[in-house]
Design a protein around this ligand. Structure first.
Ligand SMILES: Nc1ncnc2c1ncn2[C@@H]1O[C@H](COP(=O)(O)OP(=O)(O)OP(=O)(O)O)[C@@H](O)[C@H]1O
Length: 672
């Protein structure tokens, strides 16, 4: 299938009055060979980078030269029903607007192209040729119509039709009959374009401008209509804000310009890489230029270059972009519509009619039936192209849209390599119109049956998948619950006897230390329940519970029941671990038990007068309260703790032989 590479031209503008003539960038022409732009390496001036391009224009080149050599040949292409896009690219102040628009005395590509299109129209013998103009700008990534009052111009949406063609919705299109008419419209619309002054350019374009001339050629004898388009794009220039000295407004514009140009670079890069996804949608500019980049139009890129060392880096960037773009392949298609009335398709017609073959020079592309007219797009063979087409290898890139810029395209053109759900013409479907009613009914019945079966199968599969998913979820949940329970169990239970192995391993430990460790272990096991309880109590409740234990302990110590008293004091310690006096009391009783000494508790503090607020004894000292066989404490309305001491007789040894063999059991109860 024929492909067309974008043609690249480069033009170095003359030095402006205030610029130094440093001869930084040179153009060389080799007789019989390619012309070159030569740029010194900014890091090593002795090194020169050469950029061979098909057309290089030096500072003395004229507008006419550029038009005649590179733009005029494309007029024929437009008149063969193909979309052509010419765009000017370059850093700010490099001469893009001058090249595209020019001045009254020195008209640029745009007026010359339109004039040539009118000339071509006049020379054609076709029955009807119509030209229409539309003009838009992309300002800060929004599209505006330049043919309407700029003040009230709404932002226009960029859309894509069913055939994958990108277009700007609601864009005005004026039919033009003469060059004068175009001039009037164009010069007025150009005044609408966003322009601002920067340090580098007194009238710097702040937007990308796209002018489209659409040619509609209707041949009544052949009953077909061809539509060609010429898109003329004056891009805003990339900007270095250090050089432009932009104010905040200009900076915002500049950011939008630079971003869209950067996306343009990414698109070109992705096309060259054969990437599966081309980031056209990342900016309105690339979305609108989609057809020109890797699409179905013929392209000419004019790279504008500002002379002088100060622009050297920008020049290198521009030329690098040029080099990458020249590898981008397009697949031009001819937009052709067959005007012969089509037989009305039966509603059951699920497949389009096969296309009619195009003239020998054209290769036929897929067809899409639309309304009563079959629409046909044809791919231009290489010899029909205006520019030289070097590569024959198929593009690595999936085809994007068809006709790109302007109003809703009248035809549904679609490059054939784009994956399409519609059947290929190679499949040669049976023409529906040849079927009898009975056959059509049978077809419908078969189609309905197949569809019902497909849906049932789909639903069954879906239900099966859902069941598997639910089962999986259930199992996961059960597993998670099991794991959570195991973790909770492991966390709640501190293994008893953790210190015993340590003691066994260190038999050489000092006796005192061994005793202490054993006590600690006991204390831990004993205190475990208390610790858990202490954890859930409020600070007030902890104090009260501690005090209750102290009262009980004191009562037992007074009776000489030191073992029980010690146990109770230790429990009290669990609730008030920071109480120094309580710690001392525990140590005293421990010492007394160990040494078989009598323990004499300190005298009880006198009770304070009722009605006066009692100071917390636990925090201050060891006020044991009333003592007795039971005590209780509760906090701020949360949990009520009741401690009960029960004595039961048992057979066994007691510390003092005089004491009856009794065992004291201390029970802690919580009441909510
Ligand atoms: N070939 C040329 N001959 C004479 N003057 C030129 C030429 N090219 C550019 N200029 C002048 O250089 C200046 C900058 O050109 P122009 O406005 O076309 O740049 P630009 O690339 O469009 O800038 P911007 O991106 O900022 O809009 C203008 O004053 C223009 O007249």
């Amino acid at each position: 299938m024929a492909s067309h590479k974008i043609k690249i031209a480069a033009r170095v503008r003359p030095r402006l009055e205030h610029e130094i003539d440093d001869k930084g960038i040179q153009v060389t022409h080799t007789p019989g060979g390619p012309s070159c732009i030569n740029v010194p390496n900014p890091r090593d001036l002795s090194q020169i980078f050469n950029f061979p391009l098909s057309s290089c224009y030096d500072q003395n080149s004229t507008q006419e030269e550029i038009f005649e050599r590179d733009a005029r040949p494309l007029i024929d292409v437009v008149y063969s029903g193909v979309t052509v896009t010419i765009f000017a690219y370059g850093v700010t102040s490099s001469g893009k607007t001058h090249t595209m628009q020019g001045t009254r005395s020195c008209p640029g590509v745009i007026p010359r192209v339109v004039e040539a299109m009118f000339e071509q129209k006049a020379s054609l013998q076709r029955s009807s040729v119509e030209l229409a103009v539309s003009y838009m700008e992309i300002y800060k990534d929004e599209v505006y119509d330049l043919l309407v009052n700029r003040e009230t111009a709404p932002k226009l949406p960029v859309r894509e039709n069913d055939a994958g063609q990108v277009f700007v919705a609601n864009l005005t299109s004026f039919p033009i009959q003469s060059m004068e008419e175009f001039d009037t419209i164009y010069s007025q619309a150009s005044r609408h374009r966003s322009v601002g002054a920067t340090n580098l350019n007194r009238s710097s374009s702040r937007s990308h401008a796209v002018l489209t001339i659409e040619v509609t050629m209707t041949d009544s004898s052949a009953q077909r209509t061809l539509t060609g388009k010429m898109n003329l794009v004056d891009l805003a220039g990339s900007e270095n804000n250090k050089l432009t000295g932009n104010d905040p407004t200009r900076m915002a514009e500049s950011a939008a310009i630079n971003k869209s140009l950067s996306v343009l670079g990414q698109v070109v890069h992705a096309l060259n890489q054969g990437a599966s996804r081309i980031p056209y949608r990342n900016s309105k500019l690339t979305r609108i230029l989609q057809d020109a980049l890797g699409g179905s139009s013929v392209g000419l890129l004019i790279c504008n270059i500002a002379p002088g060392i100060k622009f050297r880096q920008d020049t290198l960037n521009t030329l690098n972009f040029a080099v990458r773009t020249k590898n981008v392949e397009n697949r031009p298609v001819i937009n052709e519509r067959d005007n012969r009335p089509q037989p009305k398709p039966h509603f059951a017609a699920v497949q389009p009619a096969p296309p009619k073959l195009a003239p020998a020079v054209l290769q036929v592309n897929p067809v899409h039936a639309s309304g009563s007219n079959a629409v046909m797009t044809t791919v231009l063979s290489t010899n029909a192209m205006a520019g030289p087409s070097r590569g024959q290898r198929p593009s690595k890139v999936p085809r994007p849209s068809g006709v790109g810029i302007g109003l809703v395209p009248p035809f549904h053109s679609r490059p054939s390599s784009r994956p399409s759900s519609r059947p290929s013409i190679l499949e040669k479907p049976e023409p529906v119109t040849q079927l009898t009613d009975k056959e059509i009914d049978e077809r419908i019945a078969r189609a309905v049956e197949a569809e019902v079966a497909r849906r049932l199968k789909e639903r069954e599969e879906h239900e099966r998948e859902e069941q598997v998913r639910l089962q999986q979820e259930k199992e996961n949940l059960a597993l998670q619950e099991k794991q959570a329970a195991e973790t909770a169990k492991a966390e709640s239970k501190f293994p008893s006897g953790v210190l015993s192995p340590l003691l066994k391993r260190h038999r050489d430990l000092d006796e005192e230390l061994r005793t202490r460790l054993a006590e600690l272990e006991q204390k831990y096991e004993r205190g475990n329940k208390e610790l858990q309880l202490a954890d859930v109590l409020s600070p007030g409740s902890r104090k009260k519970t501690g005090r209750a234990y102290v009262a009980l302990a004191r009562a037992h110590s007074e009776k000489g029941d030191l073992e029980v008293a010690l146990e109770l004091y230790r429990k009290a310690e669990t609730y008030v671990p920071d109480n120094v006096k309580l710690r001392e009391r525990v140590l005293e009783i421990e010492w007394a038990i160990k040494n078989g000494k009598e323990f004499v508790p300190s005298p009880k503090k006198p009770r304070k007068v009722r009605g006066k607020k009692r100071k917390s004894s636990i925090g201050q000292g060891l006020d044991d309260g009333e003592g007795g066989e039971s005590a209780s404490g509760h906090g701020a309305g949360d949990v009520k703790v009741k401690v009960e001491v029960k004595e039961e007789e048992y057979e066994g040894q007691t510390m003092t032989p005089a004491t009856p063999a009794k065992r004291t059991r201390c029970e802690v109860k919580m009441e909510h």
